[in-house]
Design a protein around this ligand. Structure first.
Ligand code: NIG
Ligand code: FE
Length: 408
């Protein structure tokens, strides 16, 4: 049994989901891979002489950050589309002309495991350098069984290599591949009857996602994918109401989705449906910023109904080429008027809930995994203030200090 005492910290425990749960003069006791005790120093239990004690010099201690929505495994880049958008083309127009997600599908299909791994590793490393200890990674740029499985396999390898806790999400219903042009229902049959079973049988699927949108799939088609997931006992989540209001979020909530993501065009009425079903709203300000969206998610209604708001990078080559959760926090505050406390809860406890992992991670509480970050800041609000400054001083993942280059 290894005991480590992190002494003299300012603790933002993030346990209530509402505010920082700040303890100024705190101590955290780690036993092997778990938190044994956390709280005010004055109340700390006595521990035996064998424990290692680290004086943290009053640094801020938070839970490890959780990026609960990424597409960070892909090949190639979409710089040419960035230029097209600057000249006035919209994201949807580029997608309808065969670019957008499909251009990344072509590059990803042509990349082998090693190339995909090498191109994706810097993105994960960059997230980790800012204290991310858990990251969700979606497929969705393969769009056939072999290539979706390749993406999920590479995502798992990235986790094994870096020590990040990686959760893999099957997103076969992300876009209609050209070989199914005009036959979206047949593609959904293939997703349900061939692709998802193959990926799940390979042990590579923690959850199932779909893109419910005019340029992707209807609520009815997504519901069929969710039925196939439910038949295998897999949790579901949905990209919904990003560009228009099709009712995908309410449909997903009624089917027990862990989260619904994007939500700029969600109606205030449907916020009540999320609340009634305990669904987490995952907000993605990077995509809002990059696409120069002007329609804000229904923030007031989320607060009024008590819908927990998570935040994620949505790291992807098109709508959100973002590999920073700190920048994401700043954008959520600046663009969506979240408070810094809401933003930190959004990348810790609520993000953990969006992954169904809140029993194990997302806050600094006895019994949870010792995923902890020390920051060179005086107050947690500072984490949301700076653009491009990384005050991460040290990261512990499951009780082990992380080595460079994953924090620097
Ligand atoms: O979350 N909305 C759909 N999927 C991604 C975009 C993927 C891409 O453009 O490559 C998103 O924004
Ligand atoms: Fe996304």
């Amino acid at each position: 049994m290894t005991l480590t005492i992190l002494d003299n910290v300012k603790l933002a425990a993030m346990s209530s989901g509402n505010g920082y749960d700040l303890v100024d003069d705190a101590m955290v006791i780690v036993e092997s891979s778990r938190i044994r005790w956390a709280g005010p120093r004055a109340d700390a239990p006595a521990v035996g002489g064998g424990a290692g004690r680290i004086d943290c010099d009053g640094r801020l201690l938070t839970p490890g950050l959780v990026d609960c929505h990424t597409h960070l495994v892909y090949a190639g880049n979409r710089a040419a589309e960035f230029e097209q958008r600057l000249e006035g083309a919209s994201y949807a127009e580029i997608a309808r002309a065969g670019g957008g997600i499909m251009s990344t599908v072509n590059a990803t299909r042509n990349a082998d495991d090693d190339i995909l791994f090498a191109e994706s590793l810097p993105r994960l490393a960059r997230l980790m350098s800012e204290g991310v200890t858990t990251v969700e990674i979606k497929s969705g740029y393969g769009l056939d069984a072999a290539n979706e499985i390749k993406m999920l396999r590479v995502a798992r390898k990235l986790g094994a290599y870096t020590g990040a806790r990686v959760r893999t999400t099957f997103l076969g219903a992300h876009a209609l591949p050209p070989e199914y042009a005009g036959r979206a229902d047949d593609y959904i049959d293939a997703v349900c009857n061939e692709m998802l079973p193959a990926a799940a049988d390979a042990g590579l699927v923690d959850a199932v996602d779909a893109f419910c949108e005019g340029i992707a799939f209807s609520p009815e088609q997504v519901a069929r994918v969710f039925d196939a997931a439910a038949a295998r006992g897999l949790p579901v989540k949905c990209h919904a109401e990003q560009l228009s209001d099709l009712g995908g979020a309410a449909m997903s909530a009624k089917r027990g989705a862990l989260s619904v993501d994007h939500l700029e065009y969600l109606s205030a009425d449907d916020v009540g449906v999320l609340a009634a079903h305990g669904t987490i709203a995952v907000l993605l300000p990077g995509a809002y910023y990059v696409l120069r969206e002007t329609q804000l998610p229904p923030m007031a209604a989320f607060r009024e109904h008590g819908v927990p708001m998570a935040l994620a990078s949505d790291s992807n080559p098109g709508s959100s080429p973002v590999t920073s959760l700190l920048l994401t926090m700043n954008m959520a505050c600046t663009l969506f008027r979240m408070t810094p406390a809401e933003a930190l809860a959004g990348v810790t406890i609520h993000a953990a809930r969006a992954l169904g992992l809140a029993e194990r991670i997302g806050s600094v509480e006895a019994g949870k995994s010792a995923d902890l970050v020390l920051w060179d800041v005086d107050h947690p609000a500072e984490l949301a203030v700076n653009l491009g400054l990384n005050p991460c001083a040290a990261v512990m993942a499951a009780g082990t200090w992380r080595e460079t280059p994953y924090f620097a």
